[in-house]
Every structure is written in C-alpha cells, then in structure tokens.
Design a protein around this ligand. Structure first.
Ligand SMILES: *[C@@H]1O[C@H](CO)[C@@H](O)[C@H](O)[C@H]1NC(C)=O
Ligand SMILES: *[C@@H]1O[C@H](CO)[C@@H](O)[C@H](O)[C@H]1NC(C)=O
Ligand SMILES: *[C@@H]1O[C@H](CO)[C@@H](O)[C@H](O)[C@H]1NC(C)=O
Ligand SMILES: *[C@@H]1O[C@H](CO)[C@@H](O)[C@H](O)[C@H]1NC(C)=O
Ligand SMILES: *[C@@H]1O[C@H](CO)[C@@H](O)[C@H](O)[C@H]1NC(C)=O
Ligand SMILES: *[C@@H]1O[C@H](CO)[C@@H](O)[C@H](O)[C@H]1NC(C)=O
Ligand SMILES: [Zn+2]
Length: 471
C-alpha cells in the first residue's frame, strides 16, 4: 500500500525549510556551526518521518510486510529455493512500491545442505541430543561416527590436552562472553580439533540464552587440515557433559550427519533506489541481508534489517521527499556464508567509492534501538550526533562507536563512514540462528521505531549539502 497523500506534507516541509535564512545550501566549506544549523533545519522532516512510521499510516508496515514474506517462503539459506523465491518476490515488491532503478545484480553463492542429522549419547546413558550441523560442514559416513568425547572449555585447554584428543569427538563447552569473542569456537572449532587428531567436533551453541536450542552458523575449514564433521549442541548438553566428565564418567556419542556441499548456485543482490535530485552519482547505502539460516524463518536475522531498510525508502517516498544524493537500498545475498554477495557488490562498485557518503547495515536486530553505532572520523561523528539529535522525539539519540556489518565492512575498511543499528543484543543472541528466529520474536512497535531511526539518518545524510567528511 502506498500513501500518496503525504506528498503534500513533504512539499510543505521543504518549503518551510528553504524559507529559513540559516538553511543554506552553498557548496563552500562550512564551519561546524553552519552544519549544525543545516541539520537543525531537518527537525520538521524528522518529525514527519517519525509521525508516519510510529504513529501514522505506516505503523506496523515493515512488520506486516516481513510477516507476509517469511510466512510465504520460510527460511532462505544460501543456494536454496526459498532464497531464490524471496529475491524474486522482493524485486516485484520494490517495483510495485514505486522505487526507482529496481534491479538484481548476479553473484554465485555457496550451496550447502544439512540433510538428516542426529546425535545419540550412548554412554554413560542413552540420550538423544539436539544438534544442528554447522554451515559448510562435511557429513559423516552413513553409519555415523561413534567415539568417546573429550570436553574442553577453550582452545588453550585443547592444546594442553592434545594427546587425549586423537580419535575422539571434541566437545567445546566455552563460556559465552559476547558474540564476537565466542564465535571463534564455532568458526575454527573443527579445524583446531582436527589438528590434534579428533574425528569430529561439537560446539556449545554461541547464544546468550537457551531453552535447549541449538544455534547454527558458518564454520571454516583450512587448507592442509583434515576436514571433520562439526555441529552445535545445546548449552544444556554441553554443561551436562562437562559435569559428567568432572565426575569421572566416560561419554560416548554416535554422530550422524548427512551434510553436503554442492557446486555454487546462481543468486542476486537486490537493489532499489530513490535517485538523488542534485548529486545522483553520490550514494547513501541502506541495507540488510535477505538470506538466512535454514532453521526458523530468518525473521530477525536479517528479515528485520532488510525490511526496515526497505521501509526507510518507502517512508521517504511516501512523504514526497527526494534527497540530493541517491538513497540506494541493497538486500544482500549469502551474508551468512561470509558476506559473499556484499563482497561481489564491493568489487564491482568500488570504482565509485569516493562518491559513497555513508554505508548502513542493520543486522543485529530491529528491537527498540538504543542508538546508532558509527565508524568514521571525529568530524563525521560530530555530524552524526547532530543528526541523531533529530530523533529526540522518540528518545533514540545516542551515537556509539564501532559501526559495522559483514556486508558493509568492506567499505568501512576502505574509509567510508559506516553505521549500524544497536539494540538489545542479549535478546538478539537468544534467537540468533535457531529455530526460534520467527515472527514471534519480532515486535511491530519496535520495528516502527527502528525504521524511523533508519529513515531519518539515511535521508538527512543523503540530503545534506556535503558528503560526510572522511577525515
Ligand atoms: C539552494 O539550492 C536551490 C535548489 O537546488 C537553489 O535554487 C538555490 O539557489 C540554492 N541556494 C544557495 C544559497 O546556494
Ligand atoms: C500495530 O501493532 C500493535 C502491536 O501489535 C497494535 O497494538 C496496533 O494496533 C497495530 N497498529 C495498527 C495500525 O495495526
Ligand atoms: C567481548 O569480550 C571480550 C572478552 O571478555 C572483551 O575483551 C571484548 O572487549 C568484548 N567485545 C565487545 C565488543 O564487547
Ligand atoms: C559509478 O557511478 C557512475 C555515476 O557517477 C555510474 O554511471 C557508474 O555506473 C558507476 N559505476 C559502478 C561500477 O558502480
Ligand atoms: C563522483 O561524483 C562527482 C559528482 O558529484 C563526479 O564528478 C565524479 O566523477 C564521481 N566520481 C566517480 C569516481 O564516479
Ligand atoms: C531515554 O533513553 C535513555 C537511554 O538511551 C534512558 O536512560 C531514558 O530513560 C529514556 N527516557 C525516556 C523518557 O524514555
Ligand atoms: Zn545476519
């Protein structure tokens, strides 16, 4: 549904703004005070965006659009039919929404399938254990791998006990500190276990909270190190096995995994724009990823981020606004396999890097935002703080450090300012990469606020007379 009636409001606001003497738009170098005044002029636009997204006709729209997609296609694993279908539907959706330059950019992506899988504890007692194979893992032989377990809590402990690991299944019971610090056990656990002669590895799910839920994710093999099957187990089972061995019990597990890697599949990054009125070749990139894991619905990771990014352009369009710079929406493919779609996009577009003002990605939840994470120069940060002050009406004004996202990091590392949305990460990593990542984890009101923040930031940065300074 579109809201053409808001065109009038937008035009009115613009007229209001250009009438003020302080709202200059000359291209000369400005003092910070002048930039501050320029940003303050967007107060009315910001209020209009907030009113529309949080209280007005667009209320709950990103949630409802997302629910329709994920209920229709389900999960969207790299290389799957679900992802392919989602891309086609989104391309159609963006065209029907009236956005400009809607197109698909082709890219080859990994295709892995988990197949049938199970883990059975045979000693000290029989128990079926919940597991999820890790992305890119090989499978086991059809009869499975039956072996004694070595439980360790860290890579250091594994190295100290290397002699004991040969011929065993290594179980990592690493404590959860935060995602970035703990995820190395998922990514490198199989390689480290294989180096000391293990037959398979099981990692405690990298999750902030568990009700017996395995949380999958990508893992990486290394050249020259034997490939062994690897899966995640629940926090509960990892802790139980830790207790069992501390009492001197011997644990034996039978692991069966039908996982298989197939040749790369055809896929696409999905792109739509609002073309800039004055500097169309300059870009503010707004993004989330469309692919997900194969369990749950990928509603949170990253359906939410993808759909508030679309919503940002919809809101701006509904208000009849057209920023000076181009607002480009990109829905990435194969983020979960290591930013495969985004890397291809970066390689094919980096020739224009000097014309990217800001790259944005929301991929850490669209719950009530606590603020914006930002990477950029001190000057750019000061500008972002002014922009965020426009969100005072919904009390989301904080600017944190470390703006990032798998898909935008390529640009950030090359000096482009980058922004990401920060919210309750404890909640995010409770559902992350698990069967629980469904619409039930999402909150329409919180998505409204997240979309308003996303729209205000992207619009104002795209419309300011100057690009964000890189130094
Ligand atoms: C501001 O921009 C408008 C339209 O782009 C232009 O007509 C006007 O002359 C500009 N004003 C200044 C002070 O540069
Ligand atoms: C938006 O969702 C909230 C929470 O579910 C609900 O209370 C509200 O009525 C919805 N608004 C509209 C316009 O559907
Ligand atoms: C994550 O935890 C580690 C170890 O506790 C700490 O050194 C690091 O600063 C933390 N990182 C973040 C992003 O909080
Ligand atoms: C670079 O930007 C120009 C417009 O300034 C556009 O015509 C061209 O297609 C862009 N190139 C790439 C590789 O994105
Ligand atoms: C960037 O945009 C400017 C105009 O704003 C244009 O003159 C320049 O050629 C563009 N640079 C690249 C690398 O496309
Ligand atoms: C505004 O947000 C801050 C944290 O960002 C919080 O401490 C404060 O209680 C909030 N104020 C209101 C009125 O919600
Ligand atoms: Zn994600």
């Amino acid at each position: 549904m579109k809201f053409l009636l808001f065109t009038f409001v937008g035009a009115h606001l613009l007229a209001l703004n250009s009438g003020k003497a302080i709202c200059r738009n000359d291209t000369s170098q400005r003092t910070f005070q002048e930039i501050k005044e320029e940003i303050a002029c967007y107060g009315d636009v910001a209020k209009a965006i907030i009113d529309l997204a949080v209280y007005g006709k667009a209320q709950n729209r990103s949630y409802e659009r997302l629910a329709l997609l994920v209920d229709t296609v389900g999960s969207r694993l790299s290389g799957s039919k679900g992802l392919e279908k989602a891309i086609q539907i989104m391309c159609q959706n963006l065209k029907e929404d009236g956005l400009e330059n809607v197109h698909l950019e082709p890219v080859k992506i990994p295709h892995w399938e988990r197949g049938e899988e199970s883990a059975m504890m045979l000693e000290p007692r029989m128990q079926k254990m919940a597991i999820l194979g890790l992305g890119s893992s090989i499978g086991t032989p059809p009869e499975g791998i039956t072996a004694e377990v070595l439980v360790v809590t860290s890579f250091d402990e594994l190295r100290r006990r290397a002699q004991e690991a040969r011929g065993k299944i290594v179980v990592y019971n690493q404590p959860y500190t935060n995602y970035s610090n703990t995820v190395k056990y998922r990514v490198q656990g199989a390689v480290e276990a294989a180096k000391v002669g293990a037959l398979a590895s099981l990692i405690r799910s990298v999750a902030s909270f568990s009700i017996y839920s395995p949380h999958t994710g990508i893992q990486e093999y290394q050249d020259g190190v034997p490939q062994i099957p690897t899966a995640c187990i629940t926090v509960e089972d990892a802790e139980m096995m830790s207790r069992m061995v501390s009492r001197g019990s011997k644990i034996v597990i039978q692991l069966k995994m039908g996982a298989k890697n197939y040749p790369d599949a055809d896929s696409f990054n999905t792109v739509a724009e609002i073309i800039g009125s004055k500097y169309p070749e300059q870009v503010v990139l707004v993004s989330g990823h469309l692919d997900s894991w194969d369990v749950g619905q990928g509603a949170m990771d990253d359906g939410g981020g993808a759909f508030i990014s679309w919503e940002a352009l919809s809101l701006i369009q509904d208000l009849g606004l057209r920023p000076k710079r181009t607002l480009r929406l990109v829905l990435w493919t194969a983020e979960e396999q290591g930013g495969v779609g985004a890397f291809h996009y970066y390689q094919s577009h980096k020739a224009n890097i000097s014309n990217y003002s800001l790259v944005m990605e929301s991929d850490a939840g669209t719950f009530l935002p606590s603020g914006l994470q930002f990477t950029g120069s001190e000057k750019a940060r000061a500008i972002m703080k002014e922009v965020m002050s426009l969100l005072q009406p919904i009390n989301v004004t904080q600017v944190f450090s470390a703006g990032e996202g798998t898909d935008i990091n390529f640009w950030i590392q090359d000096g482009v300012p980058g922004a990401s949305l920060l919210d309750d990460l404890y909640k995010y990593f409770s559902f992350h990469h698990s069967r629980g990542d469904t619409m039930t984890a999402m909150d329409p009101k919180q998505m409204n606020v997240a979309a308003a923040v996303w729209a205000v930031v992207s619009y104002v940065v795209a419309d300011m007379e100057e690009m964000l300074p890189r130094s």
